[in-house]
Structures are given as C-alpha cells and as structure tokens.
Design a protein around this ligand. Structure first.
Ligand code: ARG
Length: 263
C-alpha cells in the first residue's frame, strides 16, 4: 500500500496504514542544525533529516509532510501539546526523553565532541577546567557539559544558547573557549565557516571505548538519533520503523547519507 503518494487514487481499504496523500504529517524541528536541517542561501529547507523525512513519510508511506520550526529546548512539550505530530531534529534517544515520548528505531550515530579555537591550549577534558563552554540549550551537548563540569569539581562555566550557530559565533568572538556539540554538525563548522580558526580537541574517548570505529577526535559520548512520537501514536511509529527498514535495505538511506557525509 505504500508509495502511492500523489497517485490521486482512493486508497480506502488499503491495508497496512500509510497516507493517501491527503494527510499531512507535521514535523517539529529546530532549524538550523546543519547538515541535518538548514536553509540553503536560496531559502530552501534541506539536510539529512529533511531528505530522510521525504523518503519515509512521503515516498514510502504516502503522507504529505511539513517541517515546523520550534525551539529545541521546548520541543518535547511542544510535541506533547499537539503543536506537531513528530519530532525530527537530530534528536538523541535517551532514557530521560524516553519517559516523555516514544522513539523510532535509531537512524544515525553521533558523538559529543569539543571544538576550540585553533590557537587554544585545550588538548584534553582535564584542560577544560576553568574555561567557558558554549552549548545549545536543552541538548545532550548541554548535558555532556554538565557532567564534565561535575568531573571538574564545578570548575567549568557553561553558557547556553538557543541555537547552535550562536554558540559557534561566541567561539569565534572569544565569548566562549569551547563548544560541546554533535560531531557531524561541529565538523560542518570546523570545515566551513570556522575553517582555519577552530579545530576539534583530539584524542580517544567514548567511541573507541564502545568498540566503534572512532572519529579522529575526542568523543565524550556515543548517541543515536531517533524520530520522536507521542506515546499514543504507536501505529504511525510502526509504519515509520517499517519505512526506515525499507530505505536502509533498498539503498535510499545510503544514497542520502553519501550526499551529506561523503568522505
Ligand atoms: N543530538 C542533540 C540532542 O538530541 C542535539 C540536537 C539538536 N538538534 C537541532 N536540530 N537543533 O540533544
């Protein structure tokens, strides 16, 4: 029954769920979070999540879908208040959030990492003692900073920003000394806007401890992204898990992956 989007056929009686092209799934997301959800210079919404949403909700399941900008810090209450149907926002699956929402199967692995200015003396977690770190409010990066602060006996100043580009700007402007954030998003900044001015703190960490092929820099955590649903939305969740499995199987996922994470 999937894949009939836009066919204009009446699919009543079509078993297995999915949309008939008339139902719109609204997706709450904090934009920009490049390369997952961001606008091109032409103002077009794009990114890994944006393409996965198209593949899953529309191409596989036959729904219309629409992204809704929302603050990350309040994204779970917004979902549960009915402001949109699901969350797709490079959101890490964790126990605390799992008490308030249901997650799809994981669709991406990420690590918390530390970015510093090129000329920084910071070369380890211990070197973070006494410095100012920027994070996005309500994120697992903020949580990683908090736990590092505890490890450092409280000797870490955490500055929270509503959106990640503000934390990156603060790093370039010397208002913070480091940013803790998801690796691929920080990599985009290190190799893009911040090129020549910032770098990752190197070393081994959580990724290699977990036996994973580690990125070439220090990792504070290993995390998995999931799509979040209200706890009573089981039917849609099952459909989405099915569609995720399909696109992982048929090469669509890999195609999208290589568009954003080539090399
Ligand atoms: N993965 C992190 C978390 O779940 C950061 C996500 C931020 N996402 C965004 N679109 N701003 O907390």
């Amino acid at each position: 029954s999937a894949g009939a989007a836009g066919a204009g056929l009446a699919l009543t009686g079509c078993l297995g769920g999915g949309g008939d092209g008339s139902e719109t799934i609204t997706i709450g997301s904090d934009i920009p979070y490049r390369p997952f959800e961001y606008e091109t210079t032409d103002g077009e919404l794009t990114g890994f999540d944006v393409d996965i949403a198209q593949a899953v909700f529309t191409d596989e399941l036959g729904y219309e879908h629409e992204f809704v900008q929302t603050s990350f810090d309040t994204i779970i209450p917004s979902l549960n208040n009915g402001n949109f149907r699901v969350i797709m926002s490079a959101m890490t699956i964790n126990d605390e959030r799992d008490e308030e929402v249901d997650f799809s199967d994981p669709y991406f692995t990420a690590y918390q990492t530390i970015v510093v200015r090129e000329d920084s003396d910071i070369a380890s977690e211990e070197d973070m003692a006494g410095v100012r770190v920027g994070v996005q409010k309500g994120t697992t990066g903020a949580a990683a900073a908090q736990s590092l602060k505890e490890d450092l006996g409280g000797d870490l100043e955490i500055n929270e920003y509503d959106q990640i580009p503000d934390a990156f700007s603060a790093l370039l402007n010397n208002q913070v000394d480091a940013v803790i954030n998801d690796n691929t998003v920080s990599a985009e900044f290190v190799n893009g806007e911040g090129e020549g001015q910032v770098r990752f703190v190197e070393g081994e960490g959580a990724a290699s401890e977990a036996g994973q092929e580690a990125p070439p820099y220090l990792t504070l955590t290993v995390e998995n992204y999931g799509i979040a649903f209200r706890e009573d939305d089981d039917e849609l969740l099952e459909e989405v898990n099915g569609a995720l499995a399909t696109i992982k199987d048929n090469g669509t996922y890999d195609e999208i992956y290589s568009e954003y994470f080539a090399g």
